[in-house]
Structure formats: structure tokens, C-alpha cells
Design a protein around this ligand. Sequence first.
Ligand code: NAD
Length: 322
Amino acid sequence: MKVAVFSCKPYDKRTLLAASDEHQEIELFFFESRLSLETISLAENFDAISCFVNDDLSRQVIDRLASYNVKAIALRCAGYNNVDLCCAKAHKIPVFHVPDYSPTSVAEHAVALIMTLNRKTHRAYHRVKEGNFALEGLLGFNLEGKTVGCIGTGRIGAAFCRIMIGFGCNVLCYDIEENRHVVSLGAEYTDLETLYSRSDIISLHCPLNASTHHLINKHSLSQMKPGVMIINTSRGALVNAQEAIDGLYRGQIGYLGLDVYEQEGDMFFEDMSDNIIYDSVFQLLLTFPNVVVTGHQGYFTDIALHHIADTTLENLKQMLSE
Ligand code: NAD
């Protein structure tokens, strides 16, 4: 089976090649390019493709894949909000994803963003590099005793709750389906309004879909404690960035930690230091001292990369055997 691997960085190539030793029947071809209508012709003559979160798998792209007789899409990620699943189903192209590669990696990154913001480590580090050891402006707060709201308590949300309970936080959860494991850890389910009004920190761990798009907006912000900390390691479009900026100006949001951004597809995962072309909203976000942004690296740990490579190849092998 010939597989075109899109958005393939050197680290993806290394782990996929290492894992492919056990899957001789799969021949991998690596493309750094992001899959889009502009690059789609690269997928011609392949049996399957492998994609990542920033690849475009919209209806038009999938229609073209079907015309090339591509027989499967193997995602190297957990979320699949970038895929038109109805269109793939209509063309009988199975879409595989990697749901369980390392929930702890993302949960720990959410906690890292919280701990950077609450102790202002990002600002302290810059000061120390400049020889400034003054503490003025760096006053932090303890996590112990704080109320943390977790929206979405699947694999990553549950791992996040476990860590925050370990810190001595009171954890409130909201999900459309309760996870008994989270309750057994000591977290409490509540409705969204109560979570908003009682939480000092709110972390998003639900998928992006029609019901969660721009979940954080001016209306939900108005129900939260003034100065709330918002953390998003899930998908960028869960947060209305422009309304979050308004919330930052008004002090409604006290701290904002983002690993994802709505328009990240065009800029994240690239070294843009020679040619910075941020959109104006993103540029504005970076000017706030109480905002920390990382470039979708929540998943990016050694163990997660290996699990992603192994499962992607297993998924492709499963397709071969069907
Ligand atoms: P999961 O499917 O195990 O859990 C998602 C949970 O969200 C489920 O319990 C589901 O019931 C709940 N949910 C669905 N709709 C909801 C709604 N409207 N309101 C509240 N909860 C709702 O998924 P997961 O593995 O925990 O991943 C969560 C998300 O994290 C993924 O969708 C993906 O977008 C994101 N993610 C980010 C990274 C990263 O590197 N930053 C890596 C992996 C996953």
C-alpha cells in the first residue's frame, strides 16, 4: 500500500519510519506540505493518505481524493473537526484517527499553561535574562483551594481533573455525558452556568462541533468571575478570540492560556521567524502580558509521537486486511 503522508515534519518522519519496520507492506511517502486544494495533486496515485490537524479535508478536497481513488484517510491526531465526515462516508472512504495516544500529554500542557500564568513565569524569565530580579508585578496565587472548571471530561479532561485534584483544587465539570471515573476522583458535575459563575480557572477539553463553536464568547464571559483564567488546549474555534480580547481589555479575563487558535492552520507548525504574517487578532493577543500562547504543542511529547506513529500504521494495516 502506498501512503502519502501530509504535513510531515522531520520528527513525524523519524517516528513513522521507526514504526514502519514492523509494517513492511506499507510504503510511506513524505510531504512537508499541508494538504489543501493547492497541494491535492500530490495525493494522486496513492492508496491512502495520512493527515494532521491543520490539513484541509473539506468536501472539495475529499471529492478530489475520491476521484484519485484514495481508499483511506489515516489521521495522526485525536480530533477530526477538519474532516467532512459525511463526504468521506458518501465516498466510502474510511477515516481513522488516533483517539488515545497520550491524554496525559495534553492535560499536562494545560496545567503547564495554568502554572505559567499563575506564577507569571513567562515574564519572570524575560526579566531574569535582562538581569532584572525585581519581583514587582510578579505576584502569583496558589492553586490549592481554587475552583477549577473542566468542560469536557473524556480522556484528556479526566487526566486534567486528576492532576488538578492532586493540587488540592475543587474541580467542577460539565459534559454532555458524565464520566464516573472523574466523580470517583472527587470532581463534581454541574450545569454550565454554575461552572462559569464559580470557577477561578476554566479549561476546555471538549471537541469542536456546532454546539461548542465559540463557546467562550461575550455572553459566557459575562457569567464568569471577573479575572477568570481561561485555558484552551482543545481547538481554537472554541474561543471567540476577538471577544476574548475585549474581555482581556475589560479585566473580565484575568489570564488566557492558548495552545490552539482558530486560524492556526495557516501559520502554526511552521518556522515563520523570517516572515511573520500573523493576523491582526493574533498579533493583538500577543501584546497582553497575561496571555500565553503556544503553537499546538499539547500533544508533542516523545511517548505521544510514538503512539501516534504506531496507531496510524495499525489503522492503515487494518484497512489493508478489510
Ligand atoms: P474525548 O472524545 O475522549 O472527550 C471529549 C469529551 O467532550 C467527551 O466526554 C464528550 O462527551 C465531551 N463533549 C462533547 N460535546 C460536548 C459539549 N457540547 N459540551 C461539553 N462536553 C462535550 O476527547 P479527548 O481525547 O479528551 O480530546 C478532547 C479534545 O482535545 C479533542 O477533541 C481535540 O480537539 C483536543 N486535542 C488537542 C490536542 C493538542 O495537542 N492541543 C491533542 C489532542 C486532542
